[in-house]
Design a protein around this ligand. Sequence first.
Ligand SMILES: [Zn+2]
Length: 342
Amino acid sequence: MIPAISLDWRRRAGYCFAKFEKVGNVSPNYIPVVELGPCDIGAYRAGNTGVAYVTCFESGRPGPHVMVNALTHGNEVCGAHALRFLFENQVRPTHGRLTLGFANIDAYLRFDADSPFDTRFVDEDFNRVWDLAVLDGSGTSVELARARAMRPIVDTVDLLLDLHSTPLPNDPMLLAGTWDKGLALARAIGYPAQVVIDAGHAAGRRLRDYDGFDDPASPKASLLVECGQHFEKPAAAVAIETTLRFLRYCDIIDPAIEALRPGADAAAQMVTRVTEAVTIGSQRFAFERELSGFEVIPEAGTLIAHDGDIEIRTPYDNCVMIMPARDVKPGLTAVRLGEIVE
Ligand SMILES: [Zn+2]
């Protein structure tokens, strides 16, 4: 299922960026190297919660309900590898409860290495349906049905880690939401090094922002981690590292499990607040420079892109480029702009 391709990902990515600059989009022929593909998670289908692919381990002792969620996006496979790692190493809570969920299974099971970007979702983005009104509404889709099935479990979760990856190679990052509690959680975990304060998407609410997670008065807290490029091998190690550090912070696992960590260095964190998103307005959108994320553009007014005849310039000094898009289509976000908080 997963082709053994030995081409170096970064070199291919460089090729892709060169095209990006010239034609305002990645090459239509661009196929990423799938170093990391889906793993077999059939053993976890039954689970024990009544919801397929959701397993809850009870310690029998008081403590928080902690959830690690994978496959919110079906082709972001690093999370599936991280959860399988927890299962295979029999990681169990010593306190509270630990729930492991594989979310968009329908998309994941359709993965095709020849078109690996096509299985982000089936009908709609699972990570845009977590508004109460949407969940309670009359809409129907594969993803809404799955969200509704998982919702009673998510409702009881105190601390959530949602595992993701990015289309283009990016430094791993924690998305902390906009409230202090998210930033405090990111700092407490201390990994990975990039922390982004962001409000999510106008197109719909993310799982990490569901209900109490996005209520500053609620003790519930969540983090979304982007572990690197979808199909890059290190993304799995980043997902495992982040997960084990998160579980240790939650204080629900045996400290000896620390020894299982891949051992990634915890560099000093940089915190960036997203101030605006550059939304693509025309087919003639093109970046002026190669972007791979977290570039800091020193001077305000620096031209970063053209959208037809409109020039897009940085609004302030030391403007950070966050998650540049792979697809340049009208209506999508091309890049988010951020200011360095610390
Ligand atoms: Zn994602």
